[in-house]
Design a protein around this ligand. Structure first.
Ligand code: LP5
Length: 241
């Protein structure tokens, strides 16, 4: 079986180059995959499935075509698009995965996450995450008008942009103790996540055995994907033009 993983595309009307690269990827590389996994922050900001614009329509149609062509599609929430819901998934022909989620890839149990919940040294973010992601907040957010959500979303983005600039880079990366604990808890030797925008394959030793943490890249000056098949794991990038 062949699997394709992407995350952190941050699709937005202002970056038509990223949208073009994504659509091309869906019509080419993704067609060769049995399963496509989108591990969060697919959109720059997703304010709810009632948000209708030409970008959303184009993306939904591309996913629906891919799904109809036989590739199973799985989507996980990121910190920018956790309001992505059932209506989007139904239209796009994809399945929403919980975070974390364990899948079996060619016989190996592999843990999939967006990655933000591993950044436990970022106390201000952790506090905000707990506040926004509890069921009561989600209920309230989902029942606000689109205009109110837009206003709050803009405020959060601006505040986050300002604060992230001032945070030391080790604070905004994953906590390695949290990584080890999470991998142990789920009994896996491979973890795939995005969020930190630091794409690399970390080889590690866990309990005397080889293990790996594969960090997907964000799509900005380059596009990134991870391909998995019988020959192993390949993290690849290509220039965005
Ligand atoms: O996204 P990224 O990688 O740049 O930064 C993240 C953390 N920031 C966020 C916030 C998002 O960027 C913006 C959220 C988009 C809105 C989603 C839609 C739902 C909106 C609700 C609609 C009703 O996730 C950033 C991390 C960084 O990753 C690295 O891990 O550091 O976290 C922060 O910057 C959080 C700040 O430290 C704390 C912010 C306090 C916000 C106070 C806002 C007050 C206004 C609220 C009005 C109700």
């Amino acid at each position: 079986m062949r699997y394709l993983f992407i995350s952190d595309l941050h699709l937005q009307p202002e970056r038509s180059d990223i949208t073009r690269a994504f659509l091309h990827c869906m019509d080419t590389r993704a067609r060769l995959a049995d399963e496509l996994y989108i591990l969060g922050d697919f959109f720059e900001v997703w304010l709810g499935d009632d948000e209708q614009n030409s970008l959303a329509t184009e993306v939904i149609n591309a996913l629906a075509r891919l799904s109809a062509a036989g590739t199973r599609i799985y989507v996980m929430h990121g910190n920018r698009d956790f309001l992505l819901g059932k209506r989007f998934c139904r239209a796009a022909g994809c399945t929403l995965l919980p975070d974390p989620h364990v899948v079996q890839l060619n016989g190996e149990q592999v843990l999939l996450m967006h990655g933000d919940s591993l950044c436990t040294d970022d106390l201000a973010y952790m506090k905000m995450r707990r506040l926004l992601r509890n069921p009561l907040s989600l209920f309230i957010l989902n029942n606000l008008s689109l205009a109110q959500r837009r206003k709050i979303g803009r405020k959060l983005r601006n505040e986050s942009r300002e604060q992230t600039r001032q945070k030391p880079s080790d604070i905004t990366d994953v906590n390695l103790g949290q990584v080890a604990e999470t991998m142990r808890k789920h009994r896996v030797r491979t973890l795939i996540h995005g969020h930190t925008h630091r794409p690399v394959v970390h080889q590690m030793i866990m309990e005397g055995e080889p293990a790996q943490r594969i960090v997907l890249g964000d799509w900005d000056t380059s596009g990134w994907y991870l391909e998995v098949d019988e020959n192993g794991y390949r993290l690849e990038s290509f220039p965005l033009s």
